[in-house]
Ligand binder design. Structure first.
Ligand SMILES: [Zn+2]
Length: 417
């Protein structure tokens, strides 16, 4: 368990909450930078700018009762005294739900996914409420997430929103308030985020390189051990291995920041390195690993031949791996959008055996043995790719994958090439 032992040690060092744009995220980047430098390779921090907000006031009041809420970052501000407007529960934001939403503060099921926010704005809602959790949750055992709107939401316009617990949402709807008062005062600006990048030159690169990726940020409340301290420490061991056993092709190792805020680190990376995209033969991404109870999967964001070859190889070396041709919500997406084929390795927790995006994403459900096994397979796979006589993966993205990537990135038809 040579790799697993060191991986657990580095994971311990990253065992703190490290959200995008915070000092803790910077501290985690520094830890990874120093670890890579200690291996003896050239490594650096690449900074980029991200939207940032500071909430000064967030409240929701109905019939004299104040509810516990979190304001949506980047959703704008209300006047100091808030907005008082009729309340409507619009369920799933269907046309029927939204028929009379104009001028109202609307509450909808769950979080704002897909085009729902744009629908609320278009329907003339003046504020929105979402909710999260389970009606049986105990307040002291759960956290109310920090929420924010994304660029693609804001194309529709800006209306202030708050997020509350499902148990409170049930009470609020049951209380049938005529009006609610929503107050949100925030300062919106910019801050810096960063990727950590390490280079390993190949012995006979022929303008070809392999890029490894793993995001090292976490969401607020989460120590992000499974998602994705685990992937971060796995690619560090790959770096260590290939430093000692130089590959033919160039290798670059990227620890991305800001993934949890919408793949911000990898988007910034492909933008800053656009001219290098044609030389990247494969992007190998690792996002979630290590659970004792779990299963290994690989998702090939590439031509189908990589799926077939990886499946053969897993059988050949005796590694239980389910391989599919698909996209995966992680840092391989911006690369695929630039035509770079990718493969995502993950060890998913069995149902209920590993948590993401909450306070339960801790070290305990993981162990070095499982990190080690996943690492060994990715290593064997990488050896073949890095040292292949002719690079076996076509440098193209098939139509079925392009469509999924475009849908994921919410590209309008007119933006498509
Ligand atoms: Zn992740």
């Amino acid at each position: 368990m040579e790799y697993g032992k060191r991986e657990m040690e580095l994971l311990q060092k990253l065992n703190f909450i490290r959200p995008c744009g915070t000092e803790e995220e910077k501290r985690a980047a520094q830890i990874l930078l120093e670890e890579a430098q200690a291996i003896g390779v050239e490594a650096r921090i690449e900074s980029f700018e991200v939207d940032h907000w500071t909430i000064h006031k967030e409240s929701l009041v109905s019939d004299g009762r104040e509810w516990e809420v979190k304001g949506y970052g980047l959703s704008g501000s209300t006047p100091e005294e808030g907005i008082t407007a009729p309340f409507a529960y619009v369920q799933e934001a269907t046309e029927v739900d939204l028929l009379d939403a104009k001028g109202k503060i609307v509450m909808m099921n769950g979080r704002i996914y897909g085009e729902d926010y744009a629908k609320l704005v278009k329907a003339g809602a003046v504020g929105f409420i979402t909710f999260q959790g389970n009606i049986v949750d105990k307040k002291e055992e759960t956290d109310l997430n920090y929420m924010n709107l994304f660029d693609w939401n804001l194309k529709a316009g800006k209306i202030p929103g708050v997020h509350m617990r499902t148990s409170d949402a049930l009470e609020l709807v049951n209380s049938k308030p005529e009006t609610v008062t929503l107050t949100l005062i925030q300062h919106e600006g910019k801050t810096s985020c960063q990727n950590v990048v390490a280079d390993l030159p190949g012995t006979d690169p022929r303008d070809q390189s392999i890029v490894y990726g793993a995001h090292y940020d976490s969401v607020p409340f989460s120590h992000g051990m499974y998602d994705n301290g685990a992937g971060s420490v796995i690619i560090m061991e790959l770096l260590r291995h290939f430093k000692a056993n130089p590959p033919k092709r160039n290798m670059r190792f990227c620890w991305f920041g800001g993934e949890e805020r919408g793949l911000l680190g990898s988007h910034a990376y492909v933008k800053a390195h656009e001219e290098e995209m044609k030389d990247i033969s494969l992007m190998i991404n690792v996002d979630v690993a290590g659970p004792v109870l779990g299963r290994d999967v690989a998702m090939c964001t590439s031509e189908d031949c990589l799926r077939v070859a990886t499946d053969y190889m897993a059988k050949e070396v005796g590694f239980p791996l389910k391989v599919t041709q698909d996209i995966y919500s992680s840092d391989s997406i911006p690369f695929a959008d630039k035509g770079v084929p990718g493969i995502n390795f993950c060890r998913f927790g069995a149902q209920g055996a590993a948590n993401i995006h909450n306070r339960h994403d801790v070290l305990e459900p993981l162990d070095g043995e499982n990190l080690d096994k996943t690492t060994r397979f990715i290593l064997a796979f990488s050896e073949r790719m890095a040292n292949a006589v002719v690079f076996p993966v076509p440098h193209s993205i098939p139509k079925n994958i392009v469509e999924k990537v475009d849908k994921y990135l919410k590209k309008d038809d007119k933006e498509k090439k």
